[in-house]
Design a protein around this ligand. Sequence first.
Ligand code: PLP
Length: 401
Amino acid sequence: MKTIYFDNNATTRVAPEVLDAMLPYFSELYGNPSSMHSFGGKVAYELEKAREKVAALLNASHDEIIFTSCGTESDNTAIRSALDVQPDKRHIITSSVEHPAVRSFCNQLELKGYRITEIPVDQNGLLDMDIYEKSLSPDTAIVSLMWANNETGVIFPVEKAAEMARSRGIIFHTDAVQAVGKIPIDMAKNYIDKLSVSGHKFHAPKGIGALYLRKGTKYSPYLIGGHQEKNRRSGTENTPYIIGMGKSAELASANMEKEGSVVRYLRDKLENEILKRIPNSRINGERELRLPNTANISFEFVEGESILLMLNEFGICASSGSACTSGSLQPSHVLRAMGIPFTMAHGSIRFSLSVYNTMEEVDFVIEKLPPIIEKLRSISPYWPPDSNPHDLTVRTKHENE
Ligand code: PLP
């Protein structure tokens, strides 16, 4: 059975060009980039070229890029470092819809005595900028707001938020793991101090990331050891993966327009046809301010997990919320933060596309999905909605526990 892959916010396929670029670094080019000999020196040279390519994708300078093991490490390091260099400050601002790489880390910091403010979002997933502005205080060590949400694709005005933080002397970090490679990012035109990148979200392998660190930003490394990455992240460099991410950054720069037009066209077609063919379905997240590849759709009175299982029978891969929350029966924290009613949030599916998807694949999903929803609703005690106006409060209460 053919795999129809619509789960690109969970991870992407490694681009064939990326794999080709990486392979020599597992075999003939295995030198250590820190070695004095030219065998290692050749690897160090290519590693710096990869750094330049990642920097170019962000319109940053090569020495503002620190390679890490993943987006999670970049997020954790960005926040931890801000606290280390400002021990007198005890306040962190973030949002209620961050990825666990930020949110769970902040929860842990709260247990250690830090004050965390989670800025709420509205029902479209948009950040409350008034509350944000009022929350900025002299005690704030760092603001960490995601550029684009992994579940809904909603884009936050991080450049504006960074400007507001900068005017108060507050360090600003953005988790741009879902934005990088999908929408243009120009670090020369904003005041963002730190930005997290993850290779496997834009066709590099899993287990490689980067942290952008603006020149002049006070920083304290998390990993301390052999002085790699100019003492900012020790540990022998994962050279094949860094080379791979360099190549994928180059491809992403070249594909940016395609991502914005072709991928958006496919996503819009998928969404519009689904909304047209399936009653009581809706898009979650502000439609205009979204990544071009993400569609988060709720189907009232069905369970997302059941939809996923039935799509899986046709080889269609999608997700119910982020990969980390799949398997849990709770609707995702993102949809709950948006105040999506339980009956909608519970039946939400995320389709996330890439430049490798085709119109045939979109048509296939459009053909298979309506009968799946119809079948599931035919066995749902809550369908049709008019026949069951009761019970929902009980379920909502349960969900809040
Ligand atoms: N931040 C966001 C928004 C993500 O979507 C993810 C991965 O799903 C991460 C951080 C974590 O990245 P990684 O898997 O590279 O640790």
